[in-house]
Design a protein around this ligand. Structure first.
Ligand code: ATP
Ligand code: MG
Length: 256
């Protein structure tokens, strides 16, 4: 069964999509079977793998609302399988309200394919509403990317209390991990944010930190993860190391 990791932070622009796309590519490079589920109406993870988010059909929206089969919606790219999203997904947060098991629509959908993957990575929108609640209910682990800047910790307590409520009522097994992004070890600020984050996630912060690296910001415009765009860049090296760290804790099954 796949380990499902949701990239969550209601703060925008902290590196959720960048981490989701690049970690997926590095896990696949290391031999894992990986599905990225784009669950953000911005569709950035979809386009980050070179999939045309304007033209793609069916998407995760059709899976959630019209009962399309997940296998039909999955796009196979060179870097990872992708369950695409686009702006149509925005409507789902309202359309799901009257539906049965509205918090579990994503979990129920992913259950159709989870036996085929080692990892399912979910890219979440920058909000804490019903779409994100679905991500939290579908996830084994919530991975919170924290940008190493002054306002990084603002809103973190709201996120942590939402996760606590979800753990108490909807998904008791959920675990929480922190990832430092856009880290600059030369600045005191990055060091201070790192210390603070370690206080919020005791023992649960990845040792690997993601540096600020321009290659990471250029790669999506080429529809590629950074490993395919500039394989030896600092960004590519960091996400490979992150994949190794994750695989040490979650070894792949032996396959013939
Ligand atoms: P949103 O909340 O809008 O979905 P996000 O949390 O998914 O945003 P990203 O889209 O991954 O954040 O990153 C925000 C911007 O910062 C993007 O332009 C991305 O290319 C850039 N970026 C992310 N990580 C890094 C990094 N380590 N170094 C340099 N640029 C980065
Ligand atoms: Mg994003």
């Amino acid at each position: 069964m796949a380990k499902t990791i949701a990239f969550v932070n209601q703060k925008g622009g902290v590196g959720k999509t960048t981490s989701c796309v690049n970690l997926a590519a590095c896990l696949q490079e290391a031999g894992a079977k990986v599905l990225v589920c784009d669950f953000d109406p911005q569709g950035n993870a979809t386009s980050g793998f070179g999939v045309d988010k304007g033209a793609v059909f069916p998407t995760i929206y059709d899976v959630l609302i019209s009962g399309a089969a997940v296998e039909h919606a999955i796009v196979h790219t060179k870097y990872s399988d992708v369950l695409p999203a686009n702006k149509g997904l925005a409507g789902a947060s309202v359309e799901m309200i009257p539906l049965d098991r509205r918090e579990y629509r994503l979990k129920d959908a992913l259950a159709q394919v989870e036996a085929s993957y080692d990892f399912i990575l979910i890219d979440c929108p920058p909000s804490l509403e019903l779409l994100t609640l679905n991500c939290l209910c579908a996830a084994d682990t919530v991975l919170v990317p924290v940008q190493c800047e002054y306002y990084a910790l603002e809103g973190l307590s709201d996120l942590l209390s939402t996760v606590r409520i979800v753990k108490g009522r909807l998904n008791p097994a959920i675990a929480l991990e922190g990832l430092l992004t856009m880290y600059d070890g030369r600045t005191n600020l990055s060091l201070q944010v790192a210390e603070e984050v370690k206080r919020h996630f005791p023992g649960k912060v990845f040792a690997t930190v993601i540096p600020r690296n321009v290659r990471l910001s250029e790669a999506p415009s080429h529809g590629k993860p950074v490993t395919a765009y500039d394989s030896s860049s600092r960004g590519a090296v960091a996400y490979r190391r992150l994949a190794e760290e994750l695989l040490e804790k979650n070894p792949l099954p032996r396959r013939a």
